[in-house]
Design a protein around this ligand. Structure first.
Ligand SMILES: *Cc1c(COP(=O)(O)O)cnc(C)c1O
Length: 268
């Protein structure tokens, strides 16, 4: 049985897990969020205690919200029952320190192209040596990529220091969130207790795609993402995304306070 949280889940993860579950006659159990919008560890604990949990999958930072899920706490519960814990760190790697021992994960996956600032098309996976023997690569091939650019990006991030990166990113994002929230008609959608460099918002009477296009005309790059409340249906075979889009502004350490003012000024 698989257990995963759905609101912050990446569609690619959901689809792949549904496929594996169908093939192997497994069940995907979807966990709710708590009142702060982060994964609720109590139902997770109950599922673990019920037994038969093959894997817990968590997305550390969701694609469409500025929250950071309590991965350390999830890892602690999984470790206590030796349940495999798979952490998707695609949105967290490169914007905060990640310590696989502290996180207690058996598997951690990351992409190069996001906060790590590596090339598109590169990725990495960490597997704890003790579980390596239990896993088999889905597809084996005689070729592999030369991950030079990814290595350079990782070295660069480490040389800057991920603690310093996180401090800067959280500081800038906090400022952006605060200022954007003060603009009339704007609603900030970020939830959770710990926040990161992703700032999501919507503007009443304006759709996210238009805002993105208008900002692009002013050389301000933002992205759009499904609304936080977007839920993947619990129908096992047909996953439908409900809800609208939000604007997603991601800051990194190289952004400046002046750029934030420019974005806020434009929204005003
Ligand atoms: C972007 C993303 C991925 C996939 O990254 P790719 O670079 O497209 O492989 C997986 N999970 C999450 C949470 C993401 O945001």
């Amino acid at each position: 049985m698989f257990t995963q949280r759905v609101q912050g889940q990446y569609a690619g993860n959901v689809v792949a897990r549904r496929q594996i579950a169908c093939r192997n006659n497994l069940e995907v159990v979807v966990l709710d969020d708590d009142a702060d919008g982060q994964v609720d560890v109590e139902p997770l604990q109950r599922e673990i205690e019920r037994g038969n949990v093959g894997m817990v999958a968590l997305t550390h930072v969701p694609m469409a919200n500025g929250l950071v899920d309590p991965a350390v706490e999830v890892g602690r519960r999984c470790r206590a029952d030796t349940v495999m814990f798979v952490l998707d760190a695609c949105q967290s790697v490169g914007q905060m320190p990640l310590d696989v021992h502290l996180l207690g994960c058996d598997v951690l996956v990351g992409t190069g192209r996001k906060f790590l600032r590596g090339p598109r098309g590169t990725a990495f996976v960490y597997v704890r040596s003790a579980v390596l023997g239990e896993l088999e690569t889905v597809m084996l091939d005689g070729h592999s990529a030369v991950p030079t650019g990814l290595g350079r990006a990782a070295d660069h991030a480490v040389s800057l220091g991920l603690e310093a990166v996180q401090e800067r990113v959280v500081g800038l994002a906090g400022q952006l969130r605060f200022e954007v929230a003060a603009v009339p008609s704007v609603t900030v959608h970020d939830r959770g207790i710990i926040r990161c460099g992703i700032v999501t918002f919507s503007v009443k009477g304006n759709n996210a795609t238009n805002i993105k296009a208008n900002l692009a005309d002013h050389r301000i790059n933002v992205s759009v993402a499904p609304l936080f409340s977007a839920q993947v249906d619990r129908v096992p075979t047909v996953d439908t995304i409900k809800g609208d889009m939000v604007v997603r502004a991601s800051v990194h350490y190289y952004n400046t306070e002046a750029e934030i003012q420019r974005l806020v000024g434009f929204l005003r």
